[in-house]
Design a protein around this ligand. Structure first.
Ligand SMILES: [Zn+2]
Length: 207
């Protein structure tokens, strides 16, 4: 079953990971995983600009290597950058030393203290390794899942998932990926329109 809203027990199980952020100023934190790529990432940047919104992009190192111009664009537009490993590794299925190397490979390009484990899956031993390798690292999860990557979810359902579950301080997960494109491109502009009317603000996560 897909959990749209992260349950409290899971947050309590991993209290050192960041699940929500500061709710002051009615701020919500939009995050985009798996880019940067042409067309889809620039689409997101364009929509964010229209709503004066800043967000956080958890980038795959290999995509940054392939699309440096898209990466430059998102940095120049004032968004926060996060590390999402170099090859989108699944922590539970990856040996610790390989996971660390892949993180460090991406770190060379990204230089950020924000990290989100692909699939939200990371071993406690890997959390420790990363904390030792990078001073002040913040491992970021999410509190609201759009499920935009799920082809079984309709674009309307994806929009519903985010607008019905988001409150100030929430970290909302979208993807700037080809797989999520159809649902994300439907849901994101409509959600931003809805949230703007509700008086929300959209900020980057602080490293
Ligand atoms: Zn991912």
């Amino acid at each position: 079953m897909l959990l749209i809203k992260t349950p409290k027990w899971l947050k309590l199980l991993y209290p050192k990971l960041l699940w929500e952020a500061n709710a002051a100023n009615r701020c919500i934190y939009l995050t985009f995983d798996d880019g940067p790529i042409p067309i889809v990432t620039p689409f997101v940047l364009n929509i964010l600009k229209q709503y004066n919104a800043k967000a956080t992009f958890f980038c795959i190192g290999d995509n940054v290597r392939k699309h440096p111009e898209v990466f430059e664009q998102l940095k120049n537009e004032g968004h926060a950058i996060g590390n999402h490993t170099f090859n989108h590794l699944k922590g539970w299925k990856t040996e610790d030393n390989i996971y660390l190397d892949n993180f460090l490979q991406a770190d060379k390009l990204l230089d950020t203290k924000l990290f989100r484990p692909p699939y939200g899956r990371i071993k406690r031993s890997q959390v420790k390794l990363l904390q030792n390798a990078k001073q002040g690292i913040q491992i970021v999860m999410w509190s609201v899942l759009s499920a935009d990557y799920d082809v079984a979810v309709s674009p309307e359902q994806c929009l519903d998932n985010v607008i019905k579950n988001t409150k100030p301080g929430d970290i909302v997960l979208f993807h700037d990926s080809l797989k999520a494109q159809e649902r994300m491109e439907y849901a994101l502009p409509r959600a931003l329109e809805y949230w703007s009317k509700e008086g929300y603000n959209f900020g980057p996560l602080a490293p």
